[in-house]
Each structure stands twice: as C-alpha cells, then as structure tokens.
Design a protein around this ligand. Sequence first.
Ligand SMILES: Nc1ncnc2c1ncn2[C@@H]1O[C@H](COP(=O)(O)OP(=O)(O)OP(=O)(O)O)[C@@H](O)[C@H]1O
Ligand SMILES: [Mg+2]
Length: 298
Amino acid sequence: MNGPPGAGKSMLAARLPSILPPLGPRELLEVSMIQSVAGALKGGALSNRRPFRQPHHSASMAALVGGGIGARPGEASLAHGGVLFLDELPEFTPQVLDSLRQPMETGEIMIARANHRVTYPARFQLVAAMNPCRCGMALEPGYACRRGPNERCAAQYGARISGPLLDRIDLRIEVAAVTAADLILPPPAEGSVEAAARVAAARALQGARYAALGLPGATTNATCPASVIETVAAPDAEGTALVRSAAETMRLSARGFHRTLRLARTLADLDGEAQVRRLHLAEALSYRARGERPAAVA
Ligand SMILES: Nc1ncnc2c1ncn2[C@@H]1O[C@H](COP(=O)(O)OP(=O)(O)OP(=O)(O)O)[C@@H](O)[C@H]1O
Ligand SMILES: [Mg+2]
C-alpha cells in the first residue's frame, strides 16, 4: 500500500485478520508449535485467529527470520498462517528485507548453526505500507515535493526496496487520502463480517478443487504447484491474448506470470466463476503494474 500520511494504510492492515478465515486444525497445530518454541504461547491458550505480526522497521535480521541464541523462530515464522505486516517498508534495512525473499518462495526458513540446523515453517501473507516519498505527498495532485521534483523524490525513496522483493508483491495499491468530508458519508454497505464470508466461500472452493485433484498439501491458489495453476487457471482465448501481450509490455518474469495466474484464479473464485476470464486477468495485471518503477515503465 502506497499513500500519503494518514490515508489509513496502517489501519487497513490491522483490520486484515478480521476478514481471514479461522485457522484449520493442522495450521493451528503448526502455529502453536512455533509459538511454543518461541516462548510466546500465552498461558498455553490456543487461539484459531490467524497471527498478525508487525515488527518495527529497526528489526534485525535475526528478529525477522530467526536465529540468535537458541536459533529461535523470527517474526516471519511467528506470522506463519497469518499476516506479516511491514509498516514503513523503505525504512527497513535493505539486507533485512531481502532475507525474506527465500522464505517467501519456499514457505520455510532454515537456520544453520555450526553443529545443527533447524527449519521453521514461514508461510505468511506479506503486507507492506509505505509513503510514496520521504515527505509523503509525492502522489498528491498539485503537490510539489519539498525535495525537488516529485518523481525523483519518490524514486529515491522507493529504490530502497529491491526489484526481486517487489516482484513478489502481487497487489500493489495506491491508498488515496480520505477527506474529513468522506468520513461523514454513510458507512459502506459491506462490513468485515460480509467480506469474511466471501473470503471463506472462495477458500472453500479452492480447498475442494485441490482435494479433488488429489493434492492434499495444497489448499489455496497460492500454495498449489505452478504446473497445476497453469491448468486450473487456464484463461479463455481473450484472456490468453491479453497475457501474451502483457508478458511483453510489462516484461513479466516467470514468477510474475505464475503469480498473475494465481491472482486471476482467486479473483474468479471470488466471483464464483469456473473459468478464468479476460476480466480477471486484466484486474490481476493491473495490481501488478501499479507501483512499477517509473524507469521500468518508460
Ligand atoms: N478510510 C478511513 N476511514 C476512517 N478513518 C480513517 C480512514 N483513513 C484514516 N482514518 C483515520 O486516520 C488515522 C490514521 O490512519 P493511519 O495511521 O492508518 O494512516 P497511515 O496511512 O498509516 O499514515 P502514515 O503514512 O503516516 O503511517 C486512523 O487511525 C483513523 O482514525
Ligand atoms: Mg502508518
């Protein structure tokens, strides 16, 4: 999420767990085991609420991915099955951020010591928030950045996030500032409870799909093997044409291609549609294209 100060980015991220489905029995066991190893299990009480971890941007690599004395699990593992929220993303040390690249791909973290190694699960949903530039207003219409042209200020700030990390972020959204006048309007018709029901329905569809394919390890579009997503998210003819041209113009990486398919499949699931259509692919691609570095787009 990229937006000016006070637009509600941190607030939105903190609300995300309220629309996520509860942990299943197997996930609950994994989450409890990690918390227990980390000494974070409060009074032995288990909760089926998905974890939400928000490490500060001063966090060290050991704090984020684990390690240190006793090779303890880090925030990335404590967020397993839930959300890892990195607020003020460009303020994190670049090396610390890049240490998340490998777990984001494999869903686990191996900590190697001189005489032993430990592997912790770390399949989390990464959510990050940032301002477009250091003064925070570069995207506002009619605003002139204090530190020179808006584009340069934003490019300098955004450059702290490496390309490979950005390539792993599927939904890039600009969060516009809300005015006080907007807040006086009647509340939106859909609340978290209704949204949670839609999420649960889409998850149920996915669970049934992968169970029918005999893939007990995969329960969501995010976790199924890449070869499988190519079949289950095979778009209609119009969609195929769109992906082909987008792959060229956006220079989609192989990872970007599969991630776009996963996202389009999820959008179709949310619509309750069996076939991924052009519409879903266009939406998935638009989330990936936003926030593309100006230099890369040009
Ligand atoms: N859409 C909204 N609806 C209701 N309240 C909002 C909304 N957006 C912002 N607010 C109010 O503004 C406060 C600040 O929002 P928040 O801290 O999430 O901003 P932010 O985008 O994270 O800003 P920063 O970039 O400075 O961290 C919230 O606690 C809330 O009171
Ligand atoms: Mg904030």
